[in-house]
Design a protein around this ligand. Structure first.
Ligand SMILES: [Zn+2]
Ligand SMILES: [Zn+2]
Length: 273
């Protein structure tokens, strides 16, 4: 079973989400001409094959005040959300971090009462692509602002870190694919659940607005490769009738898509999780 947990929202400029030209079109056609887009911070929970797996952990609570000043809002503790949904944080067996950009991994750790950084899910193995870990240790100038090493360093210190060099199977129902473009070593999980296939596209396709191949996020490290990867992932989703699961779309959690004759991808069915 795959579930979605919303741990917060943030405001993001259209121009950053889709690029300058596309933003002009979108802003002029939107009802209120808003230049800012409301985004979501989503964690996905998979229960099956004897595992309880979290996919991404949001921005966490350690830097809440700074984050609120940056436009993040409705922030909730992932641990509290899980407890409210009937899960026990100590039962989480695995955490798959699509990337360790700060808005995907902050909830992996939290501050204890003495302000020391602790693992939020003490028994979980944390999966990160090796290329992503290396990018954090030795960041490129453009990407440095996306990493907060204290969010994940404790996983290494406490021997809970598993780095992926290549694609891997986490368990019978969960495949982990590595792609580049948005960043090096983005993990794209493909999950078989309840006779359906789900592709957690991460920041390769952050929202349904980004289904347009040319609408690329300003933070894509290698835009040309990001575009190619997005096309490959979306073609596979169309061919295999997968649910495309978006990490940051405030309205559309998961969608089935089709490719029109002119090569444009559109949503034809949506669902919640
Ligand atoms: Zn993101
Ligand atoms: Zn990112």
């Amino acid at each position: 079973m795959l579930k979605n947990i919303l741990t917060g929202n943030f405001f993001y400029q259209y121009v950053a989400l889709v690029g300058e030209e596309a933003a002009r079109v979108l802003v002029s056609s939107s009802e209120d001409n808003a230049e800012v887009y409301e985004m979501a911070l989503r964690t996905f929970v998979f229960e099956g094959d004897g595992k309880l797996v979290l996919f991404d952990t949001g921005i966490g609570t350690k830097h809440q005040q700074t984050m609120e000043e940056l436009g993040f809002h409705n922030l909730k503790s992932l641990n509290d959300c899980l407890v409210n949904a009937g899960y026990k944080p100590e039962n989480v067996t695995d955490i798959v971090l699509s990337s360790i950009h700060f808005e995907h991994c902050g909830g992996t750790t939290l501050f204890a009462e003495d302000q020391s950084v602790q693992l939020a899910f003490p028994n979980a193995t944390v999966h990160i692509a090796e290329r992503q870990w290396t990018s954090m240790i030795n960041p490129e100038p453009l990407e440095e602002c996306m990493f907060i090493p204290s969010d994940v360093m404790e996983t290494f210190k406490q021997d809970k870190l598993h780095v992926l060099k290549d694609d891997e199977k986490l368990c019978a129902s969960v495949e982990l694919r590595l792609v580049d473009g948005h960043t090096k070593g983005l993990i794209v999980p493909v999950i078989h659940s309840d006779k359906e296939l789900f592709m957690l596209v991460g920041d390769a396709v952050p929202t349904s607005v980004n289904l347009n191949l040319n609408y690329l996020d300003v933070h894509d490290l290698n835009p040309q490769l990001a575009l190619q990867v997005k096309e490959q992932l979306l073609n596979e989703a169309v061919d295999r009738n997968m649910w495309v699961v978006f990490p940051h779309d405030a309205e559309t959690v998961a969608a089935k898509i089709k490719k029109n004759a002119d090569g444009v991808y559109t949503v034809f069915e949506v669902r919640s999780l």
